[in-house]
Structures are given as structure tokens and as C-alpha cells.
Design a protein around this ligand. Sequence first.
Ligand code: NAD
Length: 238
Amino acid sequence: MNEKIARFRDMIENSDNIVFFGGAGVSTESGIPDFRSEDGLYRQKYKFPPEEILSGSFFRKNPEEFYRFYHDKLVLGNVEPNRAHIRLAELEKQGNIRAVITQNIDGLHQAAGSKNVLELHGTIHRFYCTSCGREMPEDEANAIAGVPHCVCGGIVRPDVVLYEESLNSRVLAEAVKYISECDMLIVGGTSLNVYPAAGLINYYRGGKLVLINRQATPYDSYANLVINEKIGEVFALV
Ligand code: NAD
């Protein structure tokens, strides 16, 4: 472990064009469960499987059930950034990190102070009307027990990318550009199972690919350094 951390630290110190690409595992140390770990949301029992509830077609057919799950599992309450979020923000400020690309929807990178954050799957902190597009403040939407409705009568939804829906093409293009131009890519806390996000790694051309994940991922054999430890603990040491 110490030798790997020393290598990781050295790679960071010698780079001013690092991109971090992360997933749900970045926020588990803040108390937010991921999807695919032993204690992740996919192992818990609901009336419908979570991956079905979080799909575009389910939302359209059954917004009441979607919002029941949403209030139960996705309204976060008092969660704080952990050492991974905080250290990443500091490394951006120091000029090492150019961009954080995240699959998370929790806003914790911005809460930690990161400025250049690309949210591939949107955010739970923004809501809009599916009919007229008008935004509804987060507090207002979350205060409604069932399905929130706009003044126009349309159904309001969180600005997150559900399964079956496309990623925002501008955000995706920007992510491709940052990854293809960076000299070091740190990938952390993601099972690399959700496409097209996971496929972004293929745009990296450099020789400093670091993977930090508790479990093995399908990309481990492509990495120059693999660290199977908790990401907050790793970043606390660099
Ligand atoms: P995933 O649940 O598929 O995989 C998470 C990975 O992180 C697992 O391989 C696990 O071993 C690893 N992990 C968990 N805790 C870790 C830690 N402390 N340190 C290092 N590794 C750790 O998550 P994914 O790949 O991001 O894909 C799931 C999708 O679910 C994403 O699209 C994301 O948008 C969404 N999601 C987001 C949140 C959030 O916003 N916090 C939470 C759950 C799911």
C-alpha cells in the first residue's frame, strides 16, 4: 500500500493536467450508498428493482412510485464531502487537477470547493417541469410529499439522467475533450459498468492511468496503477 501511495503521490506532483473521473464509490464515505457494493442500493428490496424505478419509462408511467423511492433514498439530508472530495478540490486550486468528471448526482464535489465539475448524470439539486421547462427550487420540490407539479400543471422532475435516457451531449463532448487531452487520469469509486460513462476511459491516451476502487473493475488490466482501497483514505495520504 505505502509503495503504491508513494507512486501515486509522485505522479500527481509531476502533473498539472490531471482529470479525475469518479462514481458512486466517491461518496460512500460520506454515507451515501452506491448501487453495486454488498450494501449498495441494488441489494436492497423494493416493490420494483431500483434500476427499473430509475428509468425514464418508469418515471413516465409511475411518477408516484418514483417519487416514493426518491424521497426514501435520494433526498440526502445532511451529508458532507469526505476527504476524497476535499483533496480533489485542493488539488484543483493548486493547479494539478483540470477537471472532475462525475457520474454522481449529489453535488458533493462542488460542496467541497471544486469549480470545474462535469456532471454526466445531472444533479438532484435542480428540478424542472417536463411540460414547460420552468425550473422549481429544490427546497420547494422536496417539500412536496408526492409528485411535484408546475404552475402550468406539468409534472416536475429532478434534472438527472435516468436509465434509457441520453447524456447531455455538450457535457459528454467536454468530458471527452478533457480526458483525451489530460496527461494523468485518475478513475475512482466506479464499477465501470454504466455506459456510455464507463467508455470515456477509452479516450485516454497517456501513460498515467490510476484506478482506485474497492473491488476489481473491467479496466484494471489497462491501468498503470491499481489501488484497491477506500478512496477517501487514499486521498488523505496524498
Ligand atoms: P456503482 O455502484 O456501480 O459502483 C461503485 C463502485 O465503487 C463499486 O465498484 C465499489 O467497490 C466502489 N466503492 C464503494 N465505496 C468505495 C470507496 N469508499 N472507495 C473506493 N471504492 C469504493 O457506481 P457507479 O459506477 O458510479 O455507477 C452507478 C450509477 O449510479 C452512476 O451512474 C451514478 O450516477 C449513480 N449513483 C450516484 C450516487 C451519488 O450521486 N452519490 C449514488 C449511487 C448511485
